[in-house]
Design a binder for this molecule. Structure first.
Ligand SMILES: [Zn+2]
Length: 155
């Protein structure tokens, strides 16, 4: 299976191009697919519910994307906030992006927008999260819940 998981494009392997392929959304923690962009959970989240909106196009800069894609990403972000409020009782959000290495992007070759739900009193909670098996199981459980919520909310 390993070789299938490494998607190639003209720039070499790319995590977000890889996960943009259909068929393994559960393992890839993808919660929703739009026409030009998709939404997945961060495997190393700031908290449970940390989502990323990612275009299918392998672009570094937001201004290199087609206008249709830019608009859809904002609409997906808006929809995601509704889903997180409804499904996880989010009280607020951190919404942002790092474009380019100098700005602190982890994966600088393929842009992505972050949406981190926040809850009143959650500041002490965040350092507890680790990369444990329990965490991944928790993420998969949350993925199922969010994917169902997105499906229910339409496109
Ligand atoms: Zn890519």
């Amino acid at each position: 299976m390993g070789y299938i998981r490494t998607a190639k494009n003209e720039f070499g392997p790319c995590l977000f191009c890889d996960k943009s392929h259909m068929g393994k959304d559960e393992d890839d923690l993808v919660v929703h697919r739009g026409e030009n962009a998709y939404i997945l959970m961060n495997l190393y989240p700031y908290n449970n519910g940390h989502l990323m909106v990612v275009p299918y196009d392998h672009e570094k800069n937001f201004d290199d994307l087609q206008p249709d894609t830019q608009v859809e990403m904002m609409n997906l972000m808006s929809q995601a906030m509704g889903v997180l409020r409804e499904s996880l009782d989010a009280d607020g959000f951190n919404f942002g992006a790092n474009f380019g290495e100098v700005a602190g992007a982890g994966i600088k070759e393929h842009l992505h927008l972050h949406l981190v739900p926040r809850w009143i009193g959650d500041t002490n909670f965040m350092p507890v999260m680790g990369h444990t098996k329990v965490m991944v199981d928790g993420l998969k459980e949350t993925r199922k819940q969010l994917a169902e919520a997105f499906a229910k909310n339409g496109k």
